[in-house]
Ligand binder design. Structure first.
Ligand code: PNS
Length: 158
């Protein structure tokens, strides 16, 4: 069974993330979305909230599950018997950092392969920080995130 992990902060999940998850779920037998719990920057949504939002918008995908993690990504991948890390690339700016991370993860675990998926061009401008910025200005989020989680995001910014 080919299992992949798709890691990130997902603070919150965006249409760009969901597009990668849907496409990866067609390529792999199982995709485990990994929500990083602790990051130096304080997340807007708790890890439980972020997992909950992802579970709701991926409910239609039978071979996708979501879990949160602390610590090294390669350890999270091992726990889930995943041999592949999926990363999405939006712009050339993402590349240098992701390239470095891929090499580092390979050095930490030589069995672990990182595979990159190009974002759907219609989502290339979307990031969680843009979602949060727009939500702070009470802007229209309908192009950026799945409709069913818009009320949850708005509630954070009331
Ligand atoms: O959505 P993000 O914030 O760009 O995702 C970053 C993430 C979670 C993929 C990255 O921070 C990560 O892998 N963190 C886990 C710690 C780790 O394994 N770091 C690499 C070796 S130091």
């Amino acid at each position: 069974m080919r299992i992949a992990v798709y890691p990130g902060s997902f603070d919150p999940i965006t249409n760009g993330h969901l597009d990668i998850i849907e496409r990866a779920s067609k390529v792999f037998d199982k995709v485990v979305v990994g929500v990083l719990r602790n990051k130096s920057k304080k997340p807007k949504f708790t890890a439980e909230e972020r997992v909950g939002l992802i579970e709701r918008v991926t409910a239609h995908l039978d071979n996708v599950e979501t879990d949160s993690f602390d610590g090294l990504l390669v350890n999270f991948a091992k726990t889930h018997h995943a041999s592949v890390i999926i990363k999405g690339l939006r712009t050339v700016n993402d590349f240098e950092y992701e390239f470095q991370m891929a090499l580092l993860n390979k050095a930490l675990d030589s069995e672990c392969e990182t595979m990159f998926m190009m974002t759907n061009s219609k989502y290339s401008y979307i990031s969680s920080s843009m979602v949060n910025e727009l939500a702070g200005y009470k802007g229209d989020l309908s192009e950026l995130v799945p409709n069913e989680i818009i009320p949850d995001i708005k509630k954070k910014y009331e």
